[in-house]
Ligand binder design. Sequence first.
Ligand SMILES: [Ca+2]
Ligand SMILES: [Ca+2]
Length: 217
Amino acid sequence: MKSAVLIVGLFGLALGQFPNGRILEPPVPALCAQRTIHERTPDGKGYFFSWRDPALKDVQEDWLGGRNYCRQRCMDLISLETSAENEWIKKRIVDEKVKYIWTSGRLCDFKGCDRADLQPLPINGWFWTAVLQKLAPTTQRDQNDWSESGGIGKPQPDNREAQQGGASENCLAILNQFYNDGVNWHDVACHHRKPFVCEENEDLLKYVRYTNPNLAV
Ligand SMILES: [Ca+2]
Ligand SMILES: [Ca+2]
């Protein structure tokens, strides 16, 4: 995970159209100012855990719904750019007995994903949407945390649901022993509902602070 590469140009792709006319929501300054931070890491970055919030305790969101809840509050779904952050969140999932969470990880599957450096997509097409960083190729098993098993006993990502006639598994979740396979990454169809973790987003915070100089954000 240390060889993350910034994807220039994916920003436009990340704003692409979603089914049923849903969109990626912009930040809401008042909600940014009131955002709940459950924990800060030593570098000062704040995180929100949906299951710790009394109002969201029993609420689960699909991948876009999770992103939008976070984005309206100047956050985004968590991106695991380092193994330290990955272990940090996994410990909380285990300690708090959470079955699974959404991350911002996504397989590039929109217009523009035919770029040469993203091919073949199942190996080189994964990125952290919140920070627009590519993941290491899925074949570099020591550079990521994909599970070695899953619903059909194959290493992740396996796109199982699509192979069984369902939706493509284009979103990245951490699953907690769901297949008795440890706590690690799975490609999952984005329509499933899960608890989620938000991570403060520097770009959204900067934008809202700049456009709302009199608001303490
Ligand atoms: Ca992060
Ligand atoms: Ca899978």
